[in-house]
Structures are given as structure tokens and as C-alpha cells.
Design a protein around this ligand. Structure first.
Ligand code: FEO
Length: 406
């Protein structure tokens, strides 16, 4: 006798007629080819089985197999009427071309920019229902409402709101790194880890677009949201208001007391200067002090702490007449994120011609006051002398005073 295979075991009922059919990725090392995934990644998709059937977003292409098995079993012979594409980035749309082949009658729902991107990414055209800001989709006795959230994360990004259940399908907004670790819902998950990974996703994926995120949050607050179903991370059914609040705090770039010390060092001399600065900050009573070796830490962790804490000290050696490449890359990334309202201390090192400090100073100048310089600025020749280390101590003291909560 053939063995029965149960592919619906991971489909989870979220609310009346709404199901989670997401997948977990514990194989990809780097999201978008750059950001470490120590806890994996979840790609959430949802199915609404009302009078009409509606799929909300799909999953990354490599994870289509389990996704289609569960979708097919859940539909149980019903046609798939609509697939809403809130965002075309391939971590959500990777299964669309195959979806079209398996369900040729399905109508794809998105805005004008979505249609253009689907054509360019997948050659998918036709059978498209275009919606605009505030547009609706009638599911038979209930409606989905669409709200555009441009640049959170791409120009075509939108969110969908199920009026009947008060569910916001928010796609990248309120999403985080991390695979599901048993808990599909916020009250089942380790919220400390979830919040850390959500902030790391926010800073690295959405952070540059914080102004647009604030506009999106304004729109979200006008809806009567009782549950948030994002495309990454857990479903927020216990505390949707809390998660909206912390997202707003990040979008406003509100910082906490604390200092991040990042160094780029070839032979340990620049590291010695950093350690002296970090020691002095800690002795002054400021917590936390987070020290990173730029050569060995994934940038996503550094940028997240830089976003979180008020102070940053950069120590960088000169390399081939330029800033040490890992610190140069960090400067570029931080500048891209348009950070503001923070304090910075600088310490360069060199052996015959100083260049690293100049690059860091140019970064501060280009921020037009976004980064306020804390004295003294230090430039060390070859190896820190006793006088140099005294200056490092002074920089640490001044930084501590500059970032302390009043
Ligand atoms: Fe989760 Fe912008 O993709």
C-alpha cells in the first residue's frame, strides 16, 4: 500500500480563513549576498480561503517545492483566483513564474510598477489586476485594501489589509532575519532574538529609507490593525502596537546611551589604540561599549549597533595610501544610510604618510553635522606612544560625556 504523504503539516491557521504557508531557509549563508544569517531566514506566504482564494506573496525560488505542495493541498481542488504581489524582490516573488504555469488562470494583483518589474524579472505579463493607493479587491463579502509604501523596500512595495480580520500583510515592514524556530507567532517565539534580528533587518535592508518608513507607518496607524503578518519573521498577534512603536523608534533614528568602537588593524597597533579608547569609555561608566574588528565582523552587526547607540569611534590604519579597506567599506555603508544625530571620534594610524584619518574626516564633513566630532582627533605614527595612549584615554572620556543619557 502506498504511504500517505502529508505536505500540509506546516500550514498554520492564522485567523478565520487565513493560513501561513511560509518556508524556512537554513542553508543560505548571506541574505542579498552580503548579510550573515546565523539564524537562517523565513519567507512567509499566506493563503486566504474566502469566496475567492488569494495568495499573499510567494517565497524564494529555491524553496518552491514545499511551498507548492502545501498550497496545492490547502486549495484542495479549489482554483487559485488571485496572487497579491506586495513586493517583487525575489525573496518574495521567486515562485511566481512557476505559479503562473501551475495555475494559469490566477490573476496577479499589484500596482503599475509591480507589473513592469514582473515583466523584467520573469517575463510574466497579462492576467494582471492593477491596483492604486487605497484600491480594493473583493473576495466575496470581504475586502482586501492596498496601501502603497514606496521604498519600503522598493518603489513598487505595498501592503495589503484584510478588513474582516484586521490583518496587515506588511511584507518587508516589521520583518526580520531568522528562520522560524518552532514559533510562528510572536507569543511563541524568543522575542529578544526576534527583536535583535528584526532590527538588523531594518537597519541593513530598510534603514536608508527611514523617511519613507515613517510615512508608511503613518498610513499603517490609520488602519485598525489587530494582527501583523509580515513576509519575514513571526506573526505579531499579541503585541502589534508594540512592534509598530519600536519600528517608529528605529525609523526616527532615536539612539541609546552606548558606544561602538570599530577598528581596522594589520599588526595590532591600531587595535591597541582602540582598546585604550574602549577602556576609557567603560571606566567613565558608559555602557555598553561594543568593540568590533572590521576585518572579522559582518558589517550588518556593526551597522545595527551603530544605528542603536549614540557614539562611534573609528580607528583605522593607512593601507596603500588609503584607509584600510574594511573601514573604507564601512564608511561607504554608513554614509549610504544617511545616519544623523550621532557622535564620532577618530583615530588614524600610519607609518610614513597619513591617509586613513583624512578619509574619515572627509566622511564626517560630508555628513553636514549628522556626525558630530568628539575631540581629540588622533593620528598615530607606527605604534602608539605613551602620549598617544593618553590622548586615546582623553577621547574615551570625552566620548563618554558626549553620549551619556541626561
Ligand atoms: Fe524581503 Fe525587500 O525583500
Amino acid at each position: 500500500m502506498a504511504r500517505a504523504i502529508c505536505d500540509t503539516r506546516d500550514a498554520v491557521k492564522v485567523a478565520d480563513s487565513v493560513f501561513w504557508i511560509g518556508v524556512c531557509d537554513r542553508e543560505t549563508d548571506k541574505f542579498e549576498g552580503m548579510w550573515d544569517l546565523p539564524h537562517g531566514m523565513a519567507y512567509n506566504s499566506y493563503l486566504i480561503k474566502a469566496e475567492k482564494t488569494v495568495l499573499i506573496d510567494t517565497v524564494k525560488g529555491a524553496y518552491m517545492d514545499g511551498f507548492f505542495s502545501r498550497l496545492n493541498r490547502l486549495l484542495d481542488g479549489l482554483p487559485l483566483d488571485y496572487a497579491v504581489i506586495n513586493h517583487v524582490e525575489p525573496d518574495h516573488s521567486g515562485a511566481l513564474a512557476l505559479l503562473r504555469r501551475l495555475y494559469p488562470e490566477v490573476k496577479l494583483v499589484g500596482n503599475a510598477k509591480t507589473a513592469e518589474m514582473l515583466k523584467n524579472f520573469y517575463g510574466v505579463e497579462g492576467g494582471f489586476v492593477e491596483v492604486k493607493e487605497g484600491g480594493t479587491l473583493d473576495l466575496g463579502g470581504r475586502r482586501l485594501v492596498f496601501v502603497t509604501v514606496p521604498m519600503v523596500h522598493w518603489p513598487e512595495s505595498m501592503v495589503s489589509y484584510d478588513e474582516t480580520n484586521g490583518i496587515l500583510f506588511s511584507n518587508d515592514i516589521f520583518g526580520g532575519f531568522g528562520a522560524v524556530e518552532g514559533g510562528i507567532f510572536d507569543d511563541e517565539a524568543d522575542l529578544n532574538l526576534v527583536t535583535e534580528e528584526m532590527m538588523r533587518y531594518y537597519v541593513n535592508i530598510v534603514g536608508r529609507f527611514s523617511r519613507q518608513a515613517l510615512k508608511a507607518l503613518e498610513k499603517v496607524r490609520k488602519l485598525n490593525v489587530s494582527m501583523i503578518c509580515p513576509a519575514h519573521g513571526p506573526i505579531w498577534r499579541s503585541c502589534p502596537g508594540h512592534v509598530i512603536d519600536i519600528y517608529e523608534k528605529w525609523s526616527r533614528q532615536e539612539t541609546e546611551e552606548g558606544v561602538v568602537v570599530v577598528y581596522g588593524s594589520m599588526y595590532g597597533n591600531t587595535k591597541t589604540a582602540s582598546d585604550a579608547i574602549a577602556r576609557s569609555i567603560a571606566q567613565a561608566g558608559v555602557k555598553p561599549v561594543r568593540v568590533y574588528d572590521a576585518s572579522r565582523s559582518n558589517m550588518s552587526f556593526i551597522t545595527t549597533d551603530v544605528w542603536k547607540y549614540r557614539g562611534l569611534v573609528l580607528s583605522c590604519c593607512t593601507y596603500n595610501m588609503e584607509a584600510f579597506p574594511p573601514i573604507a567599506a564601512l564608511l561607504r555603508l554608513l554614509e549610504n544610510k544617511n545616519m544623523t544625530g550621532r557622535r564620532i571620534g577618530l583615530c588614524g594610524t600610519y607609518s610614513w604618510a597619513s591617509a586613513a584619518l583624512k578619509e574619515m574626516q572627509a566622511f564626517v564633513e560630508r555628513s553636514k553635522g549628522g556626525w558630530k566630532l568628539v575631540d581629540p582627533t588622533i593620528d598615530i605614527k607606527s605604534r602608539p606612544s605613551c602620549d598617544d595612549l593618553e590622548m586615546c584615554g582623553q577621547l574615551g572620556k570625552n566620548m563618554a560625556a558626549a553620549v551619556r543619557d541626561i
